[in-house]
Design a protein around this ligand. Structure first.
Ligand SMILES: Cc1cc2nc3c(=O)[nH]c(=O)nc-3n(C[C@H](O)[C@H](O)[C@H](O)COP(=O)(O)OP(=O)(O)OC[C@H]3O[C@@H](n4cnc5c(N)ncnc54)[C@H](O)[C@@H]3O)c2cc1C
Length: 532
């Protein structure tokens, strides 16, 4: 492949952040993400600014966008063409204070890792080089104010903000705080022709389902949003569409298929004074589900911000990890007779949190569990330890699959990401359990039970297991859709779940999405293979 695809030779060589071919040998890690799928690319570029992005787009070839590659649906895995990695655009570029709302906003480049944003907000350390006077003034006010935070928490904190916006990522605390979407105030998006869209919540609106947008070059873009209704659950499947919606929402969750996000303004919220968590163990799934139902029905002040679930197989995995001297320091032995566990996180004023946590043992007794089978995290350090414990499940599953793939390279983890409406929680858990038993498949179940969003990770050993697992997955997806749910609540569709998206939206819905894509990317060059 000619180096001319990223500009002329001297130009590319002179720009140390633009790398030429042979990514397969020099930079193989960039050809894959956490889905463990490996792709191929002709060039790999690391953009430092918007001009670099335009430079790569100007080649007129397919481009795959990448953040930190923590995605698990292959969205950042290239299908040939140019690979554009955004992780070197990782600065916080401004601050804003809105006195009418008494709210702070922070502006970031797309490659900023979530962990770095959190650290800066906590320590108040920012590289303010090049910031405007208004930004510096807002930062000075922030330093004198009670601290704020950005709530979305997709477990893997090395994820970039661009990747999170692109997938509308969420996580445990989404039960209370919602997904990434409501925290995105504005976006700058570079379209495939190099022009820029600046989209601000409350300013750029659809008219019914019709929309018109104007780029920085004065080009007017007209189109029509899909007619489908969004499911009444946490959702990351397909383009967002609603009457009179904010058009920034079309780009959030569009998985890099409409444009390159080059700048994001995020709304911050006050950091709660007190954060505690409880890990509660139960003799059965039924008892754990009863407790979920009970706490979901409580008044907001008594409700946890996160309710996470671990089934008995996930607990067995954690026991094995601990026995093998694994990665959860300071975690005691798990109670031997526990067949399910819940992680409940509480935010609020100290009294409110201590009261809510203090009520947990009695609530456990009420569903037939021992009130003593609960661990409490009452400090930031303990909370982090519990989070490591929670994170250890998907990480261990991924390592296990890597091991199995050495013998059977064709298999992958089959991880579901589906959510159903509240009344269907018990029924869907029963479907999952019965389906696994009937098919004789090994699996762990864990995740965001507060949102009726359980990850079932089928762990195939053989190709036959893999095929049986795929059939079961499709059967479950149809059940979830019949219940009014979604095929992807947070990970997005990427390259793995395209068929499931079609099940969800039908041929007509997919065609309407294609029509939207064509308006912004007529030749289908951006993130080929994602969504469609
Ligand atoms: C152990 C583990 C646990 C996880 N748990 C959760 C969870 O609880 N909730 C959750 O939501 N996710 C979870 N994830 C998935 C992942 O962390 C999120 O999807 C995250 O948002 C991806 O961010 P990233 O920077 O790694 O993006 P990447 O994986 O690099 O890319 C993701 C998608 O975004 C696109 N993209 C990236 N940058 C841009 C840009 N600037 N403009 C346009 N498109 C772009 C890519 O093309 C790709 O389609 C988990 C992952 C792991 C490994």
């Amino acid at each position: 492949m000619e180096i001319g695809v990223v500009g002329n030779l001297e130009d590319a060589v002179n720009r140390s952040h633009l790398f030429k071919p042979d990514v397969g040998t020099s930079y193989p890690d960039f050809l894959r993400d956490e889905s463990r799928r490996t792709g191929q690319a002709d060039t790999l570029s690391f953009a430092l600014d918007e001009d670099d992005i335009r430079h790569v787009l100007a080649a007129g070839l397919p481009v795959t966008l990448q953040g930190a590659r923590t995605g698990i649906t292959g969205g950042a895995v290239p299908n040939g063409g140019n690979l554009l990695n955004l992780t070197r655009m990782s600065r916080i570029t401004g601050f804003r204070y809105d006195s009418a709302l008494n709210t702070f906003f922070v502006t970031v480049q797309p490659g900023l890792p979530l962990v770095d944003l959190r650290k800066s907000l906590k320590t108040c350390h920012f590289d303010t080089d090049g910031w405007s006077g208004d930004s510096l003034e807002a930062l000075a006010r922030y330093r004198l104010s009670p601290p704020c935070f950005f709530p979305p928490d997709p477990t893997e904190t090395s994820a970039t903000l661009g990747g999170m916006v692109s997938c509308n990522a969420s996580g445990a605390c989404t039960f209370h705080y919602g997904a990434t979407r409501p925290y995105v105030e504005s976006l700058r998006v570079i379209l495939v022709d190099g022009s820029v869209l600046s989209l601000r919540r409350g300013c750029d609106k659809a008219d019914g389902r019709a929309f018109t947008l104007t780029t920085d070059t004065g080009r007017r873009i007209k189109g029509r949003l899909p007619d489908y209704a969004m499911p009444p659950v946490k959702n990351a499947a397909g383009y967002f569409s609603a009457d009179d919606m904010d058009l920034v929402d079309l780009f959030i969750g569009s998985e890099g298929t409409l444009g390159v996000i080059s700048e994001i303004e995020l709304r911050l919220v006050p950091l709660p004074a007190c954060r505690w968590a409880v890990l509660a163990f139960f003799p059965s799934d039924a008892a754990a589900v009863e407790l979920v139902m009970a706490v979901r029905g409580l008044p907001p002040a008594e409700r946890p911000v996160a309710i996470e679930y671990f089934d008995r197989h996930a607990l067995a995995l954690l026991r094995k990890l601990k026995d093998a001297g694994g990665t959860v320091p300071g975690i005691p032995d798990l109670p031997a007779n526990s067949h399910a566990a819940l992680y409940l996180e509480y935010h609020g004023e100290e009294l409110q949190v201590t009261d809510a946590v203090g009520a947990i043992p009695a609530r456990m007794e009420a569903v037939g569990a021992s009130g003593e089978a609960a661990w409490i995290a009452d400090s930031e350090r303990e909370l982090e330890r519990f989070k490591l414990f929670r994170h250890a499940v998907p990480e261990t599953v991924n390592r296990l699959i890597d091991e199995r793939r050495k013998k059977e390279p064709e298999i992958t983890k089959l991880g579901t990401d589906m959510a159903v409406p509240d009344p269907e929680l018990k029924a869907i858990l029963e479907h999952y359990r019965a389906g696994l038993d009937e098919a004789g498949l090994e699996a762990v179940m864990f995740g965001h039970i507060g949102n009726n969003h359980i990850h079932v990770n089928i762990l195939p050993r053989t190709l036959q297991d893999f095929e049986r697992g795929k059939d079961l997955y499709l059967k479950w997806a149809r059940q979830v859709l019949a219940m009014g749910g979604t095929v992807s609540a947070e990970h997005g569709i990427g390259k793995f779940k395209v068929a499931l998206l079609r099940e969800m939206l039908g041929d007509a819905g997919i065609q309407q999405m294609r029509d939207v894509k064509r308006v912004f990317d007529p030749d289908g060059l951006l993130n080929c293979g994602n969504l469609f």
